[in-house]
Design a protein around this ligand. Structure first.
Ligand code: SF4
Length: 355
């Protein structure tokens, strides 16, 4: 059964919704067979290569939007004195700081470096900073450049593309139906429109979601097929790590077997896409983390925007131990090198004042 799904995906045929649903229901005894089938599809398009992506907080906290899972929203940042994530406003980082962080990502053998702001959309001043940094980074080093800055206009999308930003991230998070239960300050359709503008400006699009927002399986399938309809270039799959002080505080972690099945389902629906096991990987998958590399071909390393994660050294070690290799921005494949990464640390999350 799983092997025939791989055959179908490899032949370029879209698997049906029922077939995608059956992946989510695979019994534990078939986990290895399912992973093997997803791996056949992944290997056909991505070989044994894993790309490392590094996120950089260009501007953290005090976001006017009210995304229920996010500790950077000003709408729920003061609801819990126990909040462990940054929740006050930090200033926009300088161009020099953003370029320095790109140098560290490059030294860690990351293929991609992504500058992120917590905003509804970029102000003109913030856009200037991101664009100046993008131009300097592209002139200095070979690294793919991504940005995640919220809602765009046509002019802002064009400016980013002209400054050297290769890919724009704007997650749909969940189904259109479930989105309204999680966010009220903008709509799922607003997000689709920004994805469309980024694409029209000539940037690749990175559009994924979060598993564990209280969505149904049908919502998750809706998301997978909506992303397919949008023909996105990259799909990051996050697993909710519920933050104290947010409306979703206390939501349980996704069960690790379901997390793997979700990744396999995404791989069958998106055979050629850059599929990333993203935020929540470490907490959700625990000892099963390496198994995610069989459906997925990329990971974030050195933590996320408001939470820590695996170190660059341990990620290199995992990739090396499993016999994978790293893909660089040049397209070259190189061995993972945990020894060279020893002691390489990401500067801790920005210190921010409580709002
Ligand atoms: S727009 Fe982004 S930063 Fe702002 S609340 Fe939503 S997820 Fe958080």
């Amino acid at each position: 059964m799983w092997s025939s799904l791989a055959d179908k995906a490899l032949a370029g045929r879209l698997i049906s919704r029922d077939e995608a649903r059956s992946v989510l229901h695979a019994p534990p005894a078939e986990t290895l067979a399912l992973l093997d089938a997803a791996f056949r599809v992944r290997r056909a398009h991505w070989g044994m290569r894993v790309s490392l992506h590094v996120l950089e907080n260009a501007k953290l906290g005090a976001c006017p939007e009210d995304c229920g899972f996010c500790s950077q929203s000003s709408k729920h940042s003061t609801t819990s004195g126990a909040a462990s994530s940054p929740s006050g406003e930090a200033p926009m980082k300088s161009v020099d700081e953003l370029v320095d962080a790109a140098r560290r990502a490059h030294a860690a053998k990351a293929k991609r470096y992504c500058m992120v702001t917590a905003t509804r959309g970029p102000s003109q001043r913030d856009l200037d900073t991101i664009c100046d940094a993008a131009t300097k980074i592209k002139a200095e080093m070979d690294i793919e450049l991504c940005a995640s800055l919220g809602i765009l206009t046509e002019a802002k999308a064009k400016r980013l593309a002209e400054s050297g930003v290769d890919r724009f991230n704007h997650n749909l998070e969940t189904s259109e139906n479930h989105y309204a239960k999680i966010v009220s300050t903008h709509t799922w359709r607003d997000r689709v429109e920004t994805v469309r503008l980024a694409k029209a400006a000539g940037m690749d699009t990175c559009v994924g979601g979060i598993v564990g927002l209280g969505e149904s399986e049908e919502d998750l399938l809706d998301l997978a097929f909506a992303l397919r309809d949008l023909d996105v270039d990259s799909v990051p799959v996050n697993f909710l790590d519920a933050r104290p002080g947010t409306p979703l505080a206390g939501y349980p972690l996704v069960e690790p077997g379901f997390a793997l099945r979700s990744l396999c389902m995404m791989r069958f629906v998106h055979p050629r896409t850059d599929l990333r096991v993203a935020g929540g990987r470490e907490l959700t998958l625990r000892q099963l983390q390496v198994q995610a590399l069989y459906p997925a071909n990329s990971i974030f390393t050195q933590g996320y925007l408001t939470t820590g994660g695996a170190t660059i050294e341990s990620d290199h070690q995992m990739i090396k131990d499993a016999g994978f290799e790293l893909e660089l921005a040049s397209g070259e494949a190189v061995p993972a090198d945990p020894v060279a990464m020893k002691g390489m640390r990401r500067p801790s999350l920005l210190p921010v004042a409580r709002s």
